[in-house]
Design a protein around this ligand. Structure first.
Ligand code: FES
Length: 106
């Protein structure tokens, strides 16, 4: 389903509450975070060494990479703990009719 660039991703009931869920969309690995202030989405692969962030530790708004324990704030992608130094790629996300939607571009 497509509407102004919004793409259907997964049912809200299909993600782990308070945790991170991996969802692939058109071959793109995405991480869906359920946080106290809503749903956020980023690329699932760490920009430091390519580890799958969905195998990391998630707490509040911070995802910690499982490989070298670098960490990002999932709200804007900014790095919050070394060795990561660059922001991770995030995407606008929203919930409509019980479905998580994401906008990959624009
Ligand atoms: S691969 Fe993520 S911190 Fe190194």
């Amino acid at each position: 389903m497509e509407d102004d660039g919004w793409r259907d991703l997964i049912a809200l009931s299909g993600i782990e509450r308070g945790w991170v869920t991996r969802v692939d969309l058109e071959g793109r690995p995405l991480a869906v975070y359920d946080t106290p202030t809503g749903i956020f989405v980023s690329l699932a692969l760490c920009n430091h060494g390519g580890a799958d962030l969905c195998d990391g530790y998630f707490d509040g708004h911070v995802i910690e990479c499982p490989l070298h324990q670098g960490a990002f704030d999932v709200r804007d992608g900014r790095p919050v703990s070394a060795p990561v130094t660059r922001p991770m790629r995030t995407f606008p996300a929203r919930v409509r009719d019980g479905r998580v939607q994401v906008r990959l571009r624009g």
